[in-house]
Design a protein around this ligand. Structure first.
Ligand SMILES: *Cc1c(COP(=O)(O)O)cnc(C)c1O
Length: 433
């Protein structure tokens, strides 16, 4: 059978109604644990030998499992693990790749909490970061790779500047040095960009955002392309014998690499990080995300069209200094190569005004909601320097579209003319006083 296309997979992948009383909608398995039947079956289940049996919802749950398999299919990945937030997905991924200490290369124009974690928290665990201003400056990235560098980490589309990472060039550098390329693909979602097609090895997501699309659940994902060779002495954690991978009868122990080959990374996320650190996604939350995911293509298509119109409107507004939206950079080669369907629903602009006028715009809008989220069906407005990116040092903010005059918009599903009128009116009000 030929592989189905994206729009079919987002409705059907990972779910067979025959295995669930022919329920058309994925059932919510609201249970902490699952019966083990008898002791012989229990032995098999706990050793992971029965793939469709579950024992405890911290290790796996049928509703969550459908979500994981559906995302893996949409990404063109081999496997996925859903977790309780985007930040857990990032944290588990960084620990899993650099658990024995080491260095990671990353740009400094990433999500505020991720940057804070990388700068101030991971170093306490022996994981240090080499930051670059421009991740597409390949000469600098190459120069920063040292013996203990464990990965290159990027956001496919930066928040809020919407700068695009050149994944193919970065993947080449990473692979020439036997390290993986990790991509936070939250902004585009798998509908607009599938990083594995461009050489990425691991994708992480905040599925709180566009994947769900309705702003009602905090959740995250780690997705594995299943192509990276972890049998590599940079990564001893995948190559040591593990009790949990042992065979009770023979006493023989295995490592994640000998047992799972190229799936070592994602299996280890589940069996070490999810099982032992425990940031689990609940089945009811997984159900809501699955529901949101069913309309991802229609939502993103409309949101991209509206974001483009709003960016064009702002470009012409006399009170706007600069619009940050690579979706309207029609001669940008990275847009053409990576984003034929558009760059996404998030854009920013710098006001030709002061902080009081920024505050006035926020207080005047009626259709836009003032809150720190993106990828919602509702359109959102926020002042990143005071909220989402507050913890980023001022000098870094200044360089990356994050000064006090910047407003970030996340465009939802309302009528675009109403959004433009709302924004236009608020800007006018701010400058009429
Ligand atoms: C929101 C966000 C995160 C963090 O996700 P949570 O679900 O809030 O933990 C990480 N990366 C990006 C790009 C985000 O926008």
């Amino acid at each position: 059978m030929t592989e189905n296309n994206f729009d079919t997979l987002r409705i059907h992948a990972g779910y067979d109604p025959k295995e669930h009383q022919f329920a058309s909608s994925v059932p919510i398995y609201q249970t902490a644990a699952f019966g083990l039947d008898n002791t012989a079956v229990a032995d098999q289940i706990v050793q992971g030998k029965l793939p469709n049996r579950f024992d405890y919802s911290r290790d796996g749950n049928p509703t969550v499992h459908v979500f994981e398999q559906r995302i893996a299919a949409l990404e063109g990945g081999a496997d996925a693990v859903a977790v309780g937030s985007g930040m857990s997905a990032i944290s588990y991924t960084i620990f899993n790749v650099a658990e024995n200490g080491g260095r990671i290369i990353a740009p400094n124009n990433i999500y505020g909490s991720a940057l804070d974690e990388f700068r101030t928290f991971f170093p306490k665990f022996g994981i240090n970061f080499d930051f670059v201003d421009d991740i597409n400056d390949f000469a600098t990235v190459e120069r920063l790779i040292k013996d203990d560098t464990k990965a290159i980490y990027v956001e496919s589309v930066a928040n809020p500047s919407t700068e695009i990472a050149d994944l193919e060039g970065l993947a080449k550098i990473a692979h020439a040095n036997q390290i993986p390329l990790i991509v936070d693909n939250t902004f585009p979602t798998p509908y607009l960009l599938q990083p594995f097609k461009h050489g990425a090895d691991i994708d992480v997501y905040s599925s709180t955002k566009g994947i769900n699309g309705h702003g009602n659940v905090i959740s995250g994902l780690v997705v594995d392309h299943g192509k990276f060779d972890w049998n590599n002495d940079k990564f001893p954690q995948f190559n040591e014998d593990e009790f949990i991978l042992g065979d009770e009868k023979t006493g023989k122990r295995e490592s994640f690499v000998t047992k799972f080959g190229n799936l070592a990374f994602i299996k280890r996320i589940r069996m070490k990080y999810l099982r032992l650190l425990g940031s689990v996604l609940g089945p009811s939350d997984a159900y809501l995300i699955l529901l949101g995911l069913e309309t991802i293509s229609e939502r993103l298509t409309k949101e991209v069209a509206s974001a483009t119109k709003i960016a064009q409107f702002l470009t012409k507004n006399e009170h706007v200094n600069k619009v940050y939206y690579s979706g309207i950079e029609y001669d940008n080669p990275l847009v053409k190569r990576y984003f034929p369907k558009g760059v996404g629903s998030i854009l920013s602009f710098e006001l030709a005004g002061d902080e009081n006028q920024i505050a006035e715009i926020i207080n005047q809008v009626k259709v836009f909601s003032y809150l720190p989220n993106i990828g919602d069906a509702r359109s959102l407005i926020v002042n990143p320097a005071k909220t989402t990116h507050r913890e980023i040092p001022a000098d870094i903010r200044q360089k990356h579209a994050l000064n006090n005059q910047v407003l970030r918009l996340s465009i939802g599903l309302e009528d675009v003319d109403d959004l433009i009128a709302d924004l236009g009116h608020a800007i006018e009000q701010a400058f009429s006083k």
